[in-house]
Design a protein around this ligand. Structure first.
Ligand SMILES: [Zn+2]
Length: 189
């Protein structure tokens, strides 16, 4: 499937930019290889979305300082994206439109939230705004992008992954994730 952002977007679409934060980019605490490469293309999609009357959402990992997902607390990840730190800020080149809405996750004290839909009320927000299709990219493909895409389908939305605007932590992760997403009904552009 090819979606031309300059022709094929409508107000029934939402562009979801997943976790394009400094800590997930080269030099960050939990860097995804080439993570910063997703920025220019996501800027273009966000701009095209605004022109088409589609909504733009940007999710962010937004952890308390001693979050349960961090290694010192017995979790799987090095500390990252701690609230209000430079690592949690969006990549400096990411141009979010003024109308973009943030979806904060990873804020719970008792569990992690990989998906932008996980107990954030995001599905209700999209339904309320008449969104039918979620077009997404960002970081990391094999973790939070994966979980968000699967949840979009689970909640009854069409989901389309902008393949060139996402990066995985590992190549194996990319392959297995894309297989899984395709099987779940996620489309790729
Ligand atoms: Zn996290």
């Amino acid at each position: 499937m090819t979606i031309d952002p300059n022709r094929d977007l409508s107000p029934a679409d939402a562009v979801l930019i997943v976790d394009v934060q400094n800590d997930f980019c080269p030099g960050g605490a939990l860097a995804v290889p080439e993570g910063d490469r997703v920025v220019p293309m996501l800027n273009d999609w966000a701009e095209a979305a605004v022109r088409a009357g589609a909504r733009v959402y940007a999710s962010r990992d937004w952890h308390p300082g001693d979050h349960v997902s961090f290694v010192p607390e017995g979790g799987p990840w090095p500390p990252h994206c701690v609230q209000d730190t430079a690592g949690a800020a969006f990549h400096p080149d990411l141009r979010l439109p003024d109308s973009a809405i943030l979806v904060s996750k990873g804020t719970r004290f008792d569990q992690d939230q990989y998906s932008a839909f996980d107990e954030t009320g995001f599905a209700q927000e999209l339904n309320r705004k008449g969104v039918r299709r979620v077009i997404l990219g960002g970081l990391a493909e094999d973790v939070c992008v994966r979980a968000s895409a699967l949840d979009a389908i689970q909640h009854g939305f069409e989901a389309v992954l902008i393949r060139a605007a996402t990066r995985a932590i590992t190549d194996d992760g990319r392959e297995s994730t894309e297989r899984e997403l395709a099987e779940a009904g996620v489309a790729f552009t």
